[in-house]
Design a protein around this ligand. Structure first.
Ligand code: URA
Length: 228
């Protein structure tokens, strides 16, 4: 972290009311805590096992049309996971989530809270591209959602950020519109879940970026609070 970033980070702590910081091997302590707690969850698959179970998935009608299955990418120890809707053209071509224009914006959004893409984990509700980027259909979600749940259980992030209506409604199991869901935390299986606007929507409606910035500041504060 360079001096400017450090100053911004300290200002942020001050803004959220933190007036003292414990300096120590925080990363190591967290890793030890994680290793200890993963032994308490023998029924939970690790990420490699989830990927292996998904295999060369043919569970729904999207599989014959895909170029690549897009499982997810990033840190398997991520404290923060982003969940999008489904791969688009670029993601289908590369087998990686959020690598097109919306993905470039997502990278900037992640960096806005002093994280890097490699620090977080990024995946989608659907692992295969719907034709012409149409909306996911219920049978496709029913086939894929168990794998998203297993990914989240394997990583066990502190915070899950749902990108857009579809991810928010699927993860939170609700039909409420994104305008009602975004910007507040929900508790789910020991994780804090928040929704914000999808980066593809921000490309069409850049005036909504301010609200996403508010949501990202909340995420940053929540991560900091949960680390304390
Ligand atoms: N939009 C999504 O929801 N996911 C991606 O991976 C890319 C674009």
């Amino acid at each position: 972290m360079n001096p400017n970033e450090l100053a911004a980070q300290l200002q942020f702590f001050k803004d959220i009311g933190v007036d003292s910081l414990a300096v120590g091997a925080v990363g190591e302590a967290q890793a030890r805590q994680r290793a200890a707690s993963s032994n308490d969850r023998p029924d939970v698959q690790d990420l490699d096992a989830v990927r292996a179970e998904l295999g060369d998935c043919q569970r729904c009608k999207l599989s014959p049309k895909r170029t690549n299955l897009v499982f997810g990418s990033g840190s398997r120890d991520a404290e923060l996971v982003f969940v999008g809707e489904a791969p688009g053209y670029d993601e289908d071509q590369q087998g990686l989530p959020f690598v097109g224009r919306a993905g470039q914006l997502l990278t900037k959004i992640i960096e806005s809270i002093n994280l890097k893409r490699e620090d977080v984990y990024i995946c989608n509700v659907l692992k295969c591209r719907p034709p012409d980027n149409r909306n996911p259909e219920p049978d496709e979600v029913a086939s894929c959602n168990p794998f998203l749940k297993k990914q989240l259980a394997a990583i066990r992030p502190k915070v899950v950020c749902c990108l857009g209506t579809f991810a928010a409604q699927t993860v939170l199991q609700t039909a409420a519109p994104i305008s009602r869901l975004r910007g507040k935390f929900f508790d789910m299986d020991g994780m804090r879940v928040i929704a914000t606007f999808h980066p593809a929507y921000l490309l069409r409606s850049p005036e909504k970026k301010r609200e996403v910035w508010e949501d990202m500041k909340q995420i940053r504060a929540e991560l900091f609070r949960l680390r304390a």
